[in-house]
Design a protein around this ligand. Structure first.
Ligand SMILES: Nc1ncnc2c1ncn2[C@@H]1O[C@H](COP(=O)(O)OP(=O)(O)OP(=O)(O)O)[C@@H](O)[C@H]1O
Ligand SMILES: [Mg+2]
Length: 356
């Protein structure tokens, strides 16, 4: 689904939040389109949970405004916003069964019994929990509890569903299958999901947009492809995917790297970093086929790590470590630790980041 920024569903403008001396969220702008599946990604303590709490209304911002569906909800509590949150740890009512947990929010709203029953039935089917309705939630597996938590939020039909690391407690296999499930549910109900995770792979596989946070700031927002291909900062380049970073400077629209390479690149004079993704680099034994316009470094293989479909090569070149990822079928014959090699890449595979 595409980002629908013509009709932003959620709009945060200049939102800040401070706890004592800790600035959890610096002035932040964020637009979430209707139908988006947005992943908020960043290291521990960068402000992800605070941001969700601000959108949901569990915390009020110190300044700035929050609009949801065209309404200013900045000063409204959570019950007066069209949002619902799934907390880490699930927060289920332990003395209730699955059906009672799922129906709870609608009961509070005093919805007629028959209507509640109908909605519970639909949601239980959607999350694949049929047959577990009368089971006490203490007698469920982690993945099943997770689904109950999800149902409890979904049954309220929120315009925006906020999920705070909902899969963090699950083992890898269950996590993968819940990822599939979440994607399927998002597609089938067509809602707007905001999903917090530490895990870049999870963010890339689930979301259509990713927002990267660092120390209370939103550093970059875009599709996974945009962020991977054109990271705005060093931090982003190493947070999404692996990156080889070469430092250097730019003068008169030419970049000169410390490893001795130069290429033309328009921009202001000053220090730069150049990002080269591991899969953009080719390894060869000889310089025979190397063309003029390629970046070339000589190096020596330190280590070759077989990863099934890929091989990860660690190479020392110009006194630094370079990581190269090649498909297992394309590593030239006879490559081993200690081999002398040439590393090449196209200048279009350079991504120059200004400043330090
Ligand atoms: N209620 C609070 N009182 C004081 N400081 C808080 C409070 N909640 C969060 N903080 C601080 O605000 C910053 C952001 O916290 P937040 O919980 O939003 O981080 P996070 O990105 O969700 O981290 P994690 O990935 O570990 O869950 C942290 O420095 C945290 O210590
Ligand atoms: Mg958190």
């Amino acid at each position: 689904m595409n980002n629908n920024t013509d009709h932003p569903l959620v709009q945060l403008t200049g939102v800040t939040k401070q706890f004592g001396h800790t600035v959890a969220v610096h002035p932040l702008e964020l637009t979430i389109g209707a139908g988006d599946f947005l992943a908020i990604l960043g290291p521990s303590g960068c402000g992800k949970t605070t941001l969700l709490n601000l959108i949901a209304g569990f915390m009020l911002p110190d300044s700035g405004s929050i609009e949801i569906d065209g309404l200013d909800v900045t000063r409204r509590g959570p019950e007066r916003r069209p949002t619902n949150m799934v907390f880490q740890g699930y927060g289920l009512f332990p003395h209730m069964n699955v059906r009672q947990n799922v129906a709870y929010g609608l009961r509070l709203r005093k919805m007629p019994r028959a209507e509640i029953d109908q909605r519970v039935k639909e949601i239980i089917e959607l999350v694949d929990l049929k047959g577990f309705e009368d089971r006490n939630v203490n007698q469920l597996s982690g993945g099943q509890m997770q689904r109950v938590a999800l149902s409890r939020a979904l049954i309220m039909r929120p315009k925006v569903l906020l999920l705070d690391e909902p899969l963090a407690a699950l083992d890898l296999k269950l996590r993968k299958s819940m990822q599939e499930e979440l994607r399927r549910i998002h597609q089938s109900i067509g809602g707007t999901f905001v999903f917090v995770t530490h895990d870049q792979e999870e963010a890339m596989s689930l979301a259509n947009r990713i927002a990267i946070m660092q120390e209370g700031q939103l550093i970059q927002e875009g599709t996974a492809r945009e962020i991977y291909d054109r990271p705005k900062t060093r931090f982003v380049s190493t947070f999404i995917g692996e990156a080889n970073l070469f430092s250097g400077y730019r003068k008169d629209d030419e970049v000169v790297l410390d490893v001795g390479l130069r290429f033309s690149n328009a921009g202001p004079d000053g220090q730069v970093d150049n990002v080269v993704r591991p899969e953009s680099i080719t390894i060869s034994h000889s310089s025979e086929y190397i063309q003029n316009d390629l970046m070339v470094l000589r190096g020596q293989i330190d280590d070759i790590i077989f990863l099934g479909p890929y091989i990860n090569c660690r190479i020392t070149a110009a006194k630094r470590m370079v990581t190269v990822l090649v498909s297992s079928s394309s590593l030239p014959e006879g490559m081993a630790s200690g081999s002398d090699v040439f590393l090449t890449w196209k200048s279009e595979d350079n991504t120059v980041i200004d400043g330090k």
